[in-house]
Structures are given as C-alpha cells and as structure tokens.
Design a protein around this ligand. Structure first.
Ligand code: NAG
Ligand code: NAG
Length: 524
C-alpha cells in the first residue's frame, strides 16, 4: 500500500469517501459531473495490443523464433515470474474473441502489431509463411467485418532471432532486412490496412534492451549500443516510410507514421533554474532525440543533444561522439517521415541535475542525460513502481510537443494506461482513464493541441515483457490459469465504452463505492 503520509493526506481530501476508495490508491481530488468538452465525431478512439504480448502460438504453423522466444527459453529466470510468451493470451487461436472484445468497447480502431518472424520465419523475405499470412488475413477480415479499422505496427520489439544474433539494430545491415519485411507487409496487407506505424517506442527498446539489460536483447552496452540502435531504427523507420510513400501510397492510399514514447518531466523545484534545465534536457534527450529528426523543420538530432554527448564523449577520451552522425542526405531522408505523431505516455517524473547516481555507469545514456528523477511523493503508484499517476503531466507533455513541433502533424496517442493488481473492480483504471482523457480534452480545447486519436493500453491483460504476467494493464481480465484463457471485462471496460460512445468523460458514470460491479459476460 501507499506510505502512511499519503494515506493521511488522502483521507483529508476525500473525507466523504469510504475506505474502499483509499484502497484503490486514488489520492487526487475527485472530479464529478461531465467533462466540459467532448471529443469530435471523427476523433479516433481505439484500444492497443502487441503481437508478442498476446498471441502465443510461438511455433505454430511454422513460425520462426523471435528474440524474446529464444532469449526466454534460454534464460527463464529473466522474467519476474519465470514466464514466457509461448501461449500468452493465446490470441493466435482466439483472435475472433479479441475482435468481439474490441467491438464491445464501442471503439472504431484496433492497434495491433504483426510478428515479423510469424510472416518471415527465417527473418528474410525469401520465404513467406503461408500460415502466418493466413492468420493476419483472417484477423484483418474479422476486424473489417466488425467495422473496426486496424492500425498496424510492423515492429513491436519481436525481431527474428537471426538478426539479434547479428547485433540487432546495432548492425546497419539489419535495416535492409527490416525494409524487406515492410515491403512484404505492405504487399500482403496494404489492401486492407490503411494506417501503419513502422516501429513502437524506439527509446524504450534501445535504452532498456541495448543500453541496459532490462529487456531483450539485454546487451548492456551502455552509452554506445542504445545510440547505435536508435540511429539505425530512425533510418529504418524513414526508409520504410519512403518505400510506402513512393511505391504503395499512390494506390493503397493509406497513412504511415511512427510511435515514440515519453514520460513528462517537471522541474523538482520550479524556482530553481538548474531543475528547469534538467527537465528540459531530459525531454530533449529522451523524446527530442527521436522526434526532432522526424518532426522539426531543421531535422537531425537536437543541437543540445548532439553537443552534450559530443562534449562528454570527448572528456571521456573518445575520438568522436558516441552518438552517431547523420549525413546531410540522411537528415533530409528522415525529416518529415510521419503522417502523425504517435505518442505513448504513462507517467511523469520530477527532475534535478545530477553528475552521478548509484545505479549509473560511465559512459551511459543516464550519465549523458545527467538528471535524477523521482515522482512527486504525493502521486499515487497503484501497480508498477515506475508508474505514478499524475494526469496534468499528460496535458503538459501534449503542450511540450506542440510547442516544439507545431500543430501541422496531428498527435495520435497510441498508448496510455495504468497497471494495478488485476482486480475486475478496477476503479484505479477507471479514474486514470477519466482524468487523463479529461486532461487531453483540456489540451485540445484550451491549449490548441492537435490531438486526433487515442488508444487505451491495453485490450486485455498480457505478457508485460520482463514483468511477465505479474503486471496488469488490461481492460479485460484474462484467466492465465485456464487453458481457455477466458476473458472478462473489468469495470474500466464498461467505463471506456461509455466514453467512446458518448464522446465525453462522465466522472459520475461509475462511482466507488456505490457502484456494484458484476461481470456481465465472459468470453471463452
Ligand atoms: C468544468 O468547468 C467548471 C468551471 O470552470 C469547473 O468548475 C469544473 O470543474 C469543470 N469540470 C471538469 C470535469 O473539469
Ligand atoms: C560543449 O562544450 C563547449 C565547449 O566547452 C561549451 O561551450 C558548450 O556549452 C557545451 N555544450 C553542451 C550542450 O554541454
């Protein structure tokens, strides 16, 4: 549970609510009534998932091995609960149920990813799996029959193992193979898939998996590998964009973009100039590193990022910056390569400058960024240690993006959500979505941010990478003990349906403790 001091504070704010509310970890003053603004009719409401996190069927129909398959089979202790993605939510067999669930939420869009090794079991495009193609074709057909538009990510972290063995994204030649895969996907599915994202969360993937050993491929080559990975992913993204733009868009007439991730960063003490600079530096080095090359007018990495990493590299005795350089041609090639600003957002941290922290190494991205980060102690942390609930941070991040990159490219929030203990009566999640969506409405209506879509993370409880199945983000509960992987809607699913259908947040639609929750259907 929360610290004593938090509970004391909460009970003052919410004196009229029962203990049940305290138990949910909600500590900000509760809103009531309807949001003052509503979502336009054409606003895209959807729900998101990712292939490796739900599909299972890890070797079904001749699927090749992805790097998470191989790594977790070899190192079962890598995940908190020693689990893997072999079965996951079994969506490989239950995709029809998944479509029913998406439909039941009243949304018109479903963001999912294609597993690269399911389509190309050898990783390379010289052999295409008929079974892999059949699976995605059936899933897309089912969605379109249900009047749901698929929004499809090509790379949501499940790289074929053969390319992991070749160094993954640190190897620039892997980019060529990614572009081959993109071509196959556009050729196979571009008739029905009209919204693509090339890649998901370049920063988290490179930082956690290449710089650190928190995610596969667990390279732990700090200060070098995460920048090589980022650089090559940006080039791969841009080349896939141009391939689509030149060869497929003219007749397929779709859109293509990329998904970046960002926590918001606030100064720990807004009266201290050094804290204000630390927060801005964090945002430039963690989001600007990826967004500036794509969305700014000048292109390339932000000046601050290039100079800082070059300076620190020089001081460390490197003969050149550990951050690779784009050639002038590459700067032009990467610039403008996204039809929308795909954004994943979960939480906010407060920043102050730091030269060194206990868990850093030299060199490393952490040391290069040079900020100590912690959430404000009053923000609730309902599930995962890294995720503090601070809805105003979402509005501020949308404003930061708008200030830096303008309003011409629409923002599509491709993920936002919260983890909790997994209960069906998930008022924490209801409150999180209500408050974050309300902040987004304020950003759209009072600040002029051009937000055109929102996808909740996630459709159902899933495999959450190194947290295995211990962390729950789903609108639907999945019974991982049952071979049927029975799905049951949580309270948050009912609330999300209300928002998607009425196009408004109603803070009174579900109120704890008066609301009596009964699961009204299950999907076996
Ligand atoms: C709507 O606006 C009124 C007046 O500014 C404010 O008191 C109220 O809290 C707002 N409602 C929500 C849900 O933000
Ligand atoms: C890099 O070093 C130069 C020369 O020491 C200094 O003027 C500049 O402010 C530094 N830039 C950054 C971003 O640290």
């Amino acid at each position: 549970m929360q610290s004593e001091c938090r509970v004391a504070r909460t009970s003052v704010l919410l004196a009229s609510f029962s203990l049940l509310l305290l138990a949910t970890g909600v500590s900000s003053a509760e809103q009531s009534g309807l949001s003052n603004y509503s979502f336009p009719d054409e606003f895209m409401f959807g729900v998101a998932s990712a292939a490796f996190q739900i599909e299972g069927g890890w070797n079904a129909g001749g699927k090749g091995e992805g790097m998470w398959d191989t790594y977790l089979h070899k190192h079962p202790q890598f995940t908190v609960d020693h689990s893997n993605g072999d079965i996951a939510a079994d969506s490989y067999h239950k995709y029809k149920q998944d479509v029913i669930m998406v439909k039941s939420l009243g949304v018109q869009y479903y963001r999912l990813s294609i597993s690269w090794p399911r389509i190309l079991p050898h990783g390379t495009a010289n052999y295409i799996s008929k079974d892999g193609v059949r699976y995605y074709r059936a899933l897309f057909d089912e969605l379109i029959k249900a009047n749901i538009t698929p929004v499809v990510t090509l790379f949501h972290w499940d790289m074929p193992t053969v390319f992991m063995d070749l160094g993954g994204w640190t190897n620039p030649k892997v980019v060529d193979y990614f572009v081959d895969y993109a071509r196959v996907a556009f050729e196979l599915f571009g008739d029905v898939v009209k919204i693509w994202t090339t890649m998901n969360e370049l920063h988290i993937h490179c930082y956690q998996g290449y710089g650190l050993d928190v995610f596969v491929p667990a390279m732990n080559l700090r200060g070098i590998a995460e920048y090589l990975c980022s650089h090559n992913m940006l080039l791969g993204h841009a080349r896939a964009y141009h391939l689509y733009d030149k060869e497929f868009r003219p007749h397929q007439k779709g859109k293509i973009g990329v998904t970046l991730d960002a926590f918001f960063a606030e100064p720990k003490d807004s009266n201290k100039q050094e804290d204000v600079e630390a927060a801005e530096r964090y945002l430039q080095m963690r989001l600007g590193l990826y967004a500036h090359p794509i969305y700014s007018e000048s292109g390339n990495y932000p000046d601050l990022v290039r100079e800082r990493i070059a300076n620190i590299s020089r001081q460390q005795g490197f003969s050149r910056s550990r951050l690779p350089e784009f050639t002038p041609e590459e700067v032009e090639m990467v610039k403008g390569t996204s039809d929308f600003f795909g954004l994943n957002h979960y939480t906010t941290y407060q920043m102050s400058p730091s030269e060194m922290e206990e868990d850093w190494q030299v060199p490393s991205m952490d040391h290069d960024v040079g900020v100590k980060m912690a959430p404000d102690p009053s923000w609730p942390i309902p599930g995962c240690s890294w995720l503090a609930v601070y809805p105003p941070g979402f509005r501020k991040l949308l404003n930061w993006i708008t200030d830096n990159y303008g309003t011409k490219i629409p923002i599509v929030v491709t993920e936002n959500g919260v983890c909790d203990g997994g209960e069906l009566n998930d008022y924490t999640r209801v409150s999180y979505f209500n408050n974050y969506l309300n902040q987004m409405l304020l950003a759209m209506n009072e600040d002029g941010c051009n937000v055109q879509g929102y996808f909740a993370w996630t459709l159902m409880d899933d495999f959450e990478w190194s947290d295995g199945y211990t962390v729950k983000f789903g609108l639907f509960h999945v019974d991982f003990k049952s071979p049927k992987r029975t799905r049951t809607p949580k309270l948050s699913a009912i609330n999300f349906h209300e928002i998607a259908v009425t196009r408004r947040v109603n803070f009174d639609f579900i109120k704890i403790p008066s609301y009596k929750y009964n699961a009204f259907y299950r999907i076996d």
